[in-house]
Design a protein around this ligand. Structure first.
Ligand code: URA
Length: 430
């Protein structure tokens, strides 16, 4: 087989055979196929598309490029969750403990934040002492003992995705639905859960903004799960504004704790209970959707999920006195310059503002400030007078807040009329 022929076939719109995809993925994983040829093939695929058969073969080969976890020796139903990423998205911090409190085994490998989106690992690492670098054996033992562990993704898991993702990032080929589906699902399938809940974000803060494309992505991921014996459901949820109020690592942990204590922002609590409802139904531990959501609400309101969260924190070396979460030296008010209704957010810009304050990274090598970020005090549909606080910025004395304030000024739209009410979840795909 010749990689040049494979590139030419994709360039001309042909459907690649499974053996050709296997040849490519194996070659790129073992350094036999240079990056420039993979980049050419990625671009040909980004333009001409990949069929469902090609996507399934790509997922299978990416999965085969590395380690595949076997959780079958842990008793119980193993569950996992994935979000396509957003701003203020701390859902995993609540949903996974909630799943454990319901008797499921919540085993999750997470990533770090980059650009305007946050990452679960960074949020957890804002808890003093919390360790995310557990061995696979320690990860499994913790899931067995307390039903919950969240750790960093093993380097040995889907090495082909590391090569492909790095190339896609610099060749304008990230936004391909089949490539995203294969990238996410190869990693999720490698972690060995029985049940997977997918939170696919749409709107101006999301990876894919168009709802129809998100629906297609969700469907492709569910089909890949099903073909690999994993029960999955997806929810399409809005990123037309940050989720909850807090954006930034320790700030988001505090807000997640509020929800784990039966309080917290209504949108975050509803999103978590919707996702938990779907998960509990798939797991067969609730007879119907309403009972599943009621069960989730009960476990939040009675402290069971919070206790699981605290148990995970202790098990992973963290301090469970959450009053010791880091706090920024400085707080700066961002206020409305005139009166009006808050009609739109540029959600990506809000994420970028938090990044400029120190909460995120521009490049993978950047350090982050766990205390930095912002807390909104107004959301879509808020009526504001001139001088009312829209957000409080948290940062260190060493940061100049002016660029973040300027971004926020552009990111918040005040109008004369209240905006139409938008649903938090647009669709559920089973
Ligand atoms: N997240 C992933 O893991 N892969 C993608 O391709 C896009 C988002």
């Amino acid at each position: 087989m010749d990689i040049i022929d494979i590139i030419a076939r994709k360039r001309d719109g042909a459907e690649l055979r499974a053996e050709e995809i296997a040849f490519w993925v194996d070659g790129l994983s073992h350094g036999r196929i240079p990056d420039y040829q993979s980049a050419a093939l990625l671009m040909a695929g980004r333009i001409n598309g990949f069929t469902r058969r090609e996507t399934a073969a790509l997922t299978e080969q990416m999965l085969a490029s590395g380690l595949r976890l076997d959780l079958s020796d842990i008793p119980g139903i193993k569950v996992d969750k994935h979000s396509t990423g957003g701003v203020g998205d701390k859902t995993s911090l609540v949903l996974m403990p909630l799943a454990a409190a319901a008797g499921l085994r919540a085993a999750k490998m997470s990533g770090r934040g980059l650009g305007h989106t946050g990452g679960t690992l960074d949020k957890l690492e804002s808890i003093p002492g919390f360790r995310v670098d557990l061995s696979i054996a320690a990860f499994k033992e913790q899931v067995r003992q307390i039903g919950l562990a969240i750790i960093s993704q093993s380097q040995e898991l889907v090495p082909a995705d590391k090569v492909l993702y790095a190339l896609r990032d610099v060749t304008a080929t990230v936004d391909s639905i089949p490539l995203i589906a294969a990238s996410i699902m190869s990693k999720k399938l490698a972690t060995g859960a029985d049940i997977l809940v997918l939170d696919v974000k749409y709107g101006n803060g999301a990876l894919i903004q168009e709802i129809a494309s998100c629906r297609e992505l969700a469907q492709q991921m569910i089909d890949l799960a099903k073909a690999n014996g994993v029960r999955a459901m997806a929810m399409l949820t809005s990123m037309e504004q940050p989720l909850g109020f807090a954006v930034g690592n320790a700030l988001e942990v505090r807000e997640a704790l509020d929800v784990l204590e039966g309080a917290g922002p209504a949108d975050l609590r509803s999103e978590v209970t919707l996702l938990a409802g779907g998960m509990f139904l798939l797991a067969g531990i609730a007879p119907d959707e309403q009972a599943a959501q009621d069960m989730a609400a009960h476990l939040l309101d009675h402290g069971d999920a919070r206790e699981k969260f605290a148990a995970m924190v202790r098990a992973q070396g963290g301090c469970d006195d959450f009053s010791r979460l880091p706090r920024a030296d400085r707080q700066i008010v961002f206020a409305a310059e005139r009166e009006g209704w808050l009609t739109a957010f540029d959600t990506q810009a809000v994420g970028h503002a938090a990044m400029l304050l120190g909460a995120g990274r521009k490049t993978k090598e950047d350090a982050i400030d766990p205390a930095a970020g912002l807390v909104l005090q107004a959301k879509l549909g808020s009526r504001l007078r001139a001088g009312d606080t829209i957000a409080v910025l948290h940062c260190s004395e060493t940061i100049d807040p002016a660029p973040a304030l300027e971004l926020l000024r552009q990111a918040v739209v005040l109008g004369e009329e209240p905006p139409a009410v938008q649903p938090l979840a647009a669709d559920v795909i089973r």
